[in-house]
Design a protein around this ligand. Structure first.
Ligand code: NAI
Length: 465
């Protein structure tokens, strides 16, 4: 017990999506809240992750649109890129959101302490400037940092993580991206569209591990067509820098020389130095804080959410976990987050979005399945916007009569699928059947008709699919 500690209903460590969501939701329930943040509220997502990355992917989209304008009869010169302007625009978007978040937190009377927080016994938190806080409840939400691999430490010259790439004033002429997960594919796609010669090296046999194989094949075909050199099933064996560039050694004696190397091999939880002696909070060998289904750690009154815990590292999962944690503090009985069915959105070109089981995962889990795939190629709006590559794939459990029963997963790849996932996510989580979903109308002409046609076709009759 620290007598001088300032008292709050909730003390939150970390002001990223998990932490600020906990703070905002708790304050909306009338609780007094303190947030301890060592840098800026908004965290990785706002300053070094989701928002800046998607902003640059939008720059790539504008570039593609201008380059393809002729097809629409619109005469425009071949586009050129001033990436410093793109960087400034990205920063403007980030700064505006940052300011908005700060204002919102102030309006909600959330007290922000700038410094590094450390959890001690009895839910006390010591901030690096000496301030002591005590919460009736504490939420740990210190997030994650990019993982590195031996021989590819960030060096201020050639090797970068997402943090450095997103802060650059110009793009390299060529780049090797190590890791073909969400971040690797988004960066490879963005850089390639903006004229960078990209080689993508992935250790596993396919890009985007965890995504449905048919979806991955559409992305891989598009990448190949656009000149991204994708090499899967390869390990990297170090790199040899010279004055101007560096040569990455990989596979069985292969090599590629590039101006930059972007390492995107996952993120690790930031639990280093988070805990003082005397708390029962458990941290596993990978650094993740252990929680139960209501985000409670082993220390009474202490919760953990977001990238710090071993659940999907997605900002919106952090939001959902924060709400569960606060509801639990309030003595309500929150429905736990179903981590197997969260929405996933990957903003490479073409976009990927899914919720629930892939065909492989459903089969592996022992389900007898009915699968229907419908391409965007026959959809009016897709042809209008000139983005016909892609498809919607619905996986349903096969009922005893052979018909499609509960929808287990919906996997999409193609134009604006990240904006179309919502109703598919609801269908999966509502455990709806194609018959139930198909009775609802999709507006025409829209891209979302492809999902509607797919579920309609699964009822045994169809219009176009
Ligand atoms: P990731 O875990 O999704 O992908 C890392 C990839 O690197 C994997 O495919 C892995 O097989 C590969 N890899 C690992 N070691 C390697 C090596 N030595 N050589 C070659 N390949 C290697 O991690 P990523 O893409 O860095 O993203 C981090 C986290 O952030 C993930 O949980 C991801 O889901 C999340 N995220 C999600 C986004 C989205 O949903 N749009 C965007 C950005 C990040």
């Amino acid at each position: 017990m620290v007598p001088t500690a300032q008292q709050f209903d909730v003390v939150v460590l970390g002001g990223g999506p998990g932490g600020y969501a906990a703070a905002l939701y708790a304050s909306s329930a009338g609780l007094s809240v303190a947030v301890v943040e060592k840098d800026k509220v908004g965290g990785t997502c706002l300053h070094r992750g989701c928002i800046p990355a998607k902003e640059f992917l939008e720059t790539a989209s504008v570039y593609r649109t201008v380059a393809g304008a002729k097809e629409f009869g619109v005469q425009a010169e071949q586009p050129t890129l001033d990436f410093s302007v793109s960087q400034a625009r990205k920063q403007k978007v980030v700064d505006q959101l940052h300011k908005g978040l700060q204002t919102l937190m102030k309006r909600r009377r959330i007290t922000t302490f700038i410094g590094t927080g450390r959890l001690g016994p009895d839910r006390t938190v010591r901030v690096s400037d000496g301030t002591e806080l005590q919460g009736n409840h504490v939420v740990l939400a210190t997030g994650s940092v990019p993982r590195t691999i031996p021989g590819f430490e960030v060096d201020g010259r050639f090797v970068m993580s997402s943090d450095e790439l997103l802060a650059r004033e110009e793009l390299p002429a060529s780049a090797v991206v190590i890791g073909g997960g969400a971040i690797g594919c988004e960066f490879a796609s963005m850089m390639s569209d903006l004229g960078v010669q990209v080689t993508l090296l992935e250790a596993l046999p396919k890009l985007l591990p965890g995504c449905d194989k048919d979806v991955v094949n559409v992305v891989a075909r598009s990448f190949a067509k656009r000149g991204i050199d994708v090499r899967t099933g390869v390990t990297v064996n170090g790199h040899k820098p010279s004055a101007e560039a560096t040569t990455v050694l990989f596979g069985e004696g292969e090599q590629v020389t590039a101006d930059a190397v972007v390492v995107s091999v996952g993120r690790r939880p930031l639990s280093d130095g988070l805990l003082d002696e005397g708390t029962a909070v458990e941290v596993d060998e990978r650094g993740f804080v252990g929680i139960d289904e209501r985000c409670r750690t082993a220390e009474p009154g202490v919760y953990a959410v977001g990238d710090l815990v071993a659940t999907p590292q997605l900002a919106h999962v952090g939001f959902a976990e924060a709400i569960v944690a606060v509801k639990d503090m309030l003595g309500e009985s929150p429905v736990p987050v179903d981590h197997a069915s969260v929405p996933w959105c990957i903003y490479c070109h073409p976009e990927v979005a899914f919720a629930g089981l892939s065909e492989e995962a459903a089969t592996e889990a022992g389900y007898d399945v009915v699968v229907k795939v419908d391409p965007y190629g026959g959809n009016g709006r897709a042809l209008i916007v000139g983005e016909a590559a892609g498809m919607v794939k619905v996986i349903a459990e096969k009922d005893s009569d052979g018909k499609a029963g509960r929808i287990l997963g919906v996997h999409m790849v193609g134009p604006w699928v990240t904006e179309q996932l919502g109703q598919a996510y609801l269908a999966v989580n509502w455990e709806a059947t194609p018959e139930e979903v198909a009775q609802y109308i999709q507006p025409h002409p829209t891209l979302s008709e492809v999902f509607g046609e797919t579920v309609l076709a699964m009822t045994g009759r169809s219009l176009h699919a």
